[in-house]
Every structure is written in structure tokens, then in C-alpha cells.
Write a protein that binds this ligand. Structure first.
Ligand code: UFG
Length: 375
């Protein structure tokens, strides 16, 4: 079936958001609603809560017609068939997937099955219903130990050190191959750097189960008194203060990058030059909508160290955050941050919020919801 062209008007566009109840998904739904889109969330709630969807509706003032929810796994072909038959889906933003780096090492089968097979089922059903427009949630992890910094999209990919990262890298390849085999596909791969922060309302945010693996959720739980001190994994890296440097990006900025990607697909922004997979990709179709594979880093272009983050969070919550220097964590790199020129030039998108704002918004969420969505 021919691909459905994206309408120029957001109000005529229905977006399927897989994993839309999760951290980045829920923030993206807020921005989609603000931009006038209609959306259907498909989420199995295995690592998220329906409460986040209720709060997205509260923040944006939309009803269940504008933002619908179907509880289903992307592995459930029948459920997806039902979704595509019920709604006229124009584009997919695909977040659903397992994402814990350490867990992926001990549960590779679960990670490959859920993330890879789930995406294959999703694309197969979508294709049968004439929807070949997909924005995929990729990661800076595909660069591995980066060959140069700041990292441009041309930086060679390296084999990720864990199955989670492998699934991101493999899915980039799979989605690119869909376009090679069928030029009607329209694929955007968004490589996220370290997303933190929360919506300024304090109503939605990151809600990790158990002890957090990532720095800012850990710092947040120390700030609120649930954990005693932050372990700083290594202070002997070749960085200004010896601790690891990352490109932290506000989740709201990241969410807006997805809206920009949809607009780019619809031919509403961008230079119109071929992009992505060399000259064979990204030529606008007759009506201006794009076909091809667009690859974009979403970061701020600024590197911050672990100690910078701890200090910024201390300013946000009004007291010092206790920390202890620990050995390096296996698999960590010293430094990464993005070059974001391509997203600026093509998507017309730049990150707006700085580290202090990210921490202030994270703190508002954490202090208002010390137990996440579970209260
Ligand atoms: N860190 C600590 N203490 C902690 C947790 C982290 O010092 O308790 C340090 C890490 O060593 C690293 C920095 O804080 O230097 C950031 O670590 P995170 O775990 O928050 O994030 P990573 O950069 O390791 O990984 C994140 C996502 C991955 C994604 C990657 C992309 O978790 O999913 O960014 O670059 F693949």
C-alpha cells in the first residue's frame, strides 16, 4: 500500500506514540498536543504508569479523543492491527523498548526480543495500513567511544558494549534498510544525548523503579532524602575535573525535537537538500513531503561533568548534595557531547534550557512526587 503523505496541518495528523506513557514519551505527548496534533499512545505499562497520561491531558487540557490510550505491547500483532484499523495513523513516534543498560547484559534475549521483534511487528502492521512514516528513538550510545568530539552525525558508529545499545544500533540499520528496499519509507533517527529534567508543571517526570542507574535520578533521590549519597564513578578521567562529561538535555527540548522531526517529514522545515544516506535519501516528494532517512543528534552541544551536575542540583534544591568518589563504572566513556548544527539547520530546532533549569524542573517533579506516580 502506498505511504500516506503527512498533512501540512497538525490538526489533520494522527500520531501513534509507542511508549507514550514513559518519560520521554509523556513529554513528547505534551508537545504534540501543544502543537495541535492528535495522538494515540500504545504502551504496555511494563515500565510506566497510566497516571502519566492522565497528567498529560491535565497539563494540555485535551480529552481522550485528542489523546487516546491503548494498553498493548508492540509485540501484540492483533492489538496493533486493531489500533491501525480504528485510527487513521499518519506517523509513528517509536519510543517503546527496554532501556536499562545493566539489565540488558543479563537479559539479552528479552532485550533483543522486545526491542527488535517488537519494532518488526510494528513496522509490518504499519506498512500494511499505508503508514511508512516513523521517528525512532535512538541514542548517542551508537557512537560507542566517539572518534571525535563534538560528535557529528558523520562520526562512525561503533559496536555498543551492551545489548541495549546493540538494539538501538541494529534498529537504526533495520529502519534504514526499509527505506533502501522501499523508497516510500520516511525514517527519522533521533540520537538522544543524556535527557534529564521534567515538565515545568512538576506533574510529569522520570519515575525509575528501584535504585536509579542514571546520574540525575540518583542525585534527585539523594536530594529528597531517599538515598544517602551519590557515588561518583571515577575522578581520574582526562576531563577538566576528572569526572565523566556528558551532554545533558532538557526532556522538554528533546520532546520538541520530535515535533520538529514530524514537521521536517511533512516538508514544513528544512533546506530541501538530500540528507542522511548520501544522495539517495531525503529528496522531497512532489507535494513537498520527504522520503528518506534523516539522522539527527539531539543535544545541547555543551558538556557538563558529574560534579557540575551535583553542584547544579544543589543550587536547585537549596542544599549541598553529599557524594563519594567511587571506582570507574565498566563501559563508561570519559566524555561525549553533540554537534547540533544539523538539527538546527534542517529541523529548525535548538535546545533552549540550561543545566540549572534542567535541575530546577527535575527537583520540582521529585519534591512534589517523591514516590513518582505511585502515590
Ligand atoms: N554516574 C555517576 N554516578 C551514578 C550514575 C552515573 O557518577 O550513580 C556518572 C557516569 O559515570 C557518567 C555520568 O554520570 O559519567 C552519566 O551517567 P548516566 O548513567 O546518567 O548516563 P550514561 O551517559 O551512562 O548513559 C545515558 C543513557 C543511555 C544512553 C547514553 C547515551 O543512560 O541509555 O546516555 O549516551 F545510551
Amino acid at each position: 500500500m502506498a505511504n500516506r503523505n503527512l498533512a501540512k496541518d497538525a490538526r489533520e495528523t494522527c500520531v501513534l506514540v509507542t511508549g507514550g506513557a514513559g518519560f520521554i514519551g509523556s513529554h513528547t505527548c505534551v508537545e504534540l498536543m501543544n502543537a495541535g496534533y492528535n495522538a494515540v499512545i500504545v504502551d504496555d505499562l511494563s515500565n510506566s504508569s497510566e497516571e502519566s497520561i492522565r497528567r498529560v491531558r491535565e497539563i494540555t487540557g485535551v480529552d481522550e479523543d485528542r489523546l487516546s490510550f491503548v494498553k498493548a505491547s508492540i509485540l501484540d500483532r492483533e492489538a496493533l492491527e486493531q489500533v491501525f484499523s480504528t485510527y487513521s495513523i499518519d506517523a509513528i513516534i517509536h519510543f517503546a523498548g527496554f532501556k536499562a543498560v545493566g539489565e540488558s547484559v543479563v537479559k539479552p534475549l528479552e532485550y533483543y526480543w522486545n526491542n527488535i521483534a517488537g519494532t518488526l511487528v510494528l513496522c509490518d502492521v504499519a506498512r500494511a495500513h499505508g503508514c511508512k512514516n516513523i521517528v525512532f528513538s535512538s541514542s548517542a550510545t551508537v557512537y560507542g567511544e566517539p572518534e571525535f568530539i563534538p560528535i557529528t552525525e558523520d562520526c562512525p558508529k561503533h559496536t555498543p558494549t551492551n545489548p541495549y545499545g546493540q538494539t538501538k544500533s541494529m534498529l537504526e540499520q533495520i529502519l534504514s534498510d526499509l527505506y533502501v528496499g522501499d523508497n516510500e519509507w520516511n525514517v527519522v533517527l533521533l540520537r538522544y544525548f543524556n535527557r534529564i529534567g521534567a515538565h515545568e508543571s512538576g506533574l510529569i517526570g522520570e519515575d525509575p523503579h528501584g535504585i536509579p542507574n542514571n546520574l540525575v535520578p540518583y542525585v534527585a533521590q539523594v536530594a529528597v532524602g531517599k538515598l544517602a549519597a551519590v557515588g561518583v564513578f571515577g575522578d581520574d578521567y582526562p576531563t577538566p575535573d576528572g569526572t565523566g562529561v556528558r551532554d545533558y538535555i532538557h526532556v522538554v527540548d528533546l520532546a520538541r525535537g520530535h515535533v520538529a522531526a514530524l514537521r521536517w517529514m511533512a516538508g514544513l522545515v528544512g533546506t530541501g537538500k538530500p540528507i542522511g544516506l548520501g544522495s539517495m535519501a531525503g529528496e522531497p516528494a512532489e507535494d513537498g513531503t520527504r522520503r528518506g532517512v534523516g539522522i539527527f543528534n539531539l543535544g545541547t552541544g555543551c558538556g557538563s561533568s558529574v560534579l557540575d551536575v551535583i553542584a547544579a542540583y544543589g543550587r536547585a534544591c537549596g542544599h549541598d548534595i553529599p557524594y563519594q568518589i567511587k571506582p570507574r563504572r565498566a563501559g563508561d566513556i570519559a566524555e561525549n557531547y553533540a554537534a547540533c548544527d544539523k538539527a538546527r539547520d534542517e529541523l529548525g530546532w535548538v535546545a533552549e534550557y540550561d543545566l540549572d533549569r534542567m535541575c530546577a524542573d527535575s527537583w520540582r517533579w521529585q519534591s512534589n512526587n517523591p514516590n513518582g506516580y505511585r502515590d
